[in-house]
Design a protein around this ligand. Sequence first.
Ligand SMILES: C[S@@+](CC[C@H](N)C(=O)[O-])C[C@H]1O[C@@H](n2cnc3c(N)ncnc32)[C@H](O)[C@@H]1O
Length: 243
Amino acid sequence: MRLEEKIKKLIDGQAFASITRHVRSLFHRLFFPSPIKPKRIIASIEGHNRFHEICDRYGMEDPGEGPPKFLNLKRWIRRNAKRVRELRLDDQKRQRVLDLGCGPGYFLYICRCLGHDVLGIDIDEVPMYGELTQLLEVPRVIWRIEPFVPLPDLGQFDVITSFLTCFNEPIGPGLWGIAEWDFFLEDIRRHVLPNGRLWFELNRQSDGQPYSPALKRFFESRGARIDLYRVMFTSDRVARSSA
Ligand SMILES: C[S@@+](CC[C@H](N)C(=O)[O-])C[C@H]1O[C@@H](n2cnc3c(N)ncnc32)[C@H](O)[C@@H]1O
């Protein structure tokens, strides 16, 4: 994390919540080691010839920030294992998990290995994602999330996630604003089971921030817990504010 962000965290008072979260997680891990073994997960993917064919077809020496970066399993399986642990999906009974913009499907693959019931939503613009999700047997619905358009009827979920969220970046008039998020959150409520959770990890924008101050205030008014780029809701708090 950059020094600037650390200072900002201190200034806006998020430091305490963040430290508490990390300490709690550390203690939890000390007494309840995670069943996720990234090396084994990586081996289970590398064991497929098809994975190597995909690497031959799409891999490049320096993929930069393009989709082939996801072929670096060491980096992305570790990162997704961390996501699963942070959501405590490694020590919970079977959950229904929906991931919006699931990309290569690693997060859902780990969830599935843990016994959860998983589904991804994605557009079908990057053939490599289709091939990887197929290889990993991660079920995926092809659907473009658009402003002011309800999500398809896919049932209800205990956990709805979106990592490195891109659906709020339509080509055209810029990022989603408050009206778009308000519609989206109002709609998504019907897909969250009682005691369910929403967990978004927003991308940094050109100014280095994941959201404008107004959007942050809006998320908070809807009951979000915010930790830097993470915006998290529980099912009872995603409701439209009474104001
Ligand atoms: C940067 S990738 C992140 C992949 C994955 N979530 C991860 O973090 O490993 C963004 C994903 O969002 C998907 N995406 C972009 N715009 C979308 C939209 N409007 N609706 C659904 N998915 C979208 C892309 O196809 C891609 O899979």
